[in-house]
Design a protein around this ligand. Structure first.
Ligand SMILES: [Zn+2]
Length: 84
């Protein structure tokens, strides 16, 4: 089932909450076109990328990859927080 997941370039940043320091993974969903946010684990460890279930009605999973490893987001501003 993991063989052909769509790879999605993902922005990695730290949570601003100093009491819950986690990685925040933000991406534009290839299925619905909205920004989705996933947790990436505690920020004193490397961020956990990899397969995720999209937060929408998509019937397939995707694989998060670091934005440096993928193509850029085609000018899509990551500050755009319309998380539907
Ligand atoms: Zn989606």
């Amino acid at each position: 089932m993991n063989e052909s997941l769509i790879k999605v370039p993902t922005t990695i940043r730290r949570s601003r909450n100093r009491h819950d320091q986690r990685w925040i993974l933000e991406l534009r969903c290839p299925f619905c076109g909205h920004i989705h946010v996933h947790g990436g684990g505690p920020s004193d460890h490397p961020p956990l990328l990899g397969a995720r279930v999209p937060h929408c009605e998509a019937d397939a999973d995707y694989e998060l990859i670091s934005i440096e490893e993928g193509v850029n987001l085609d000018g899509v501003a990551v500050e755009d927080r319309r998380t539907a």
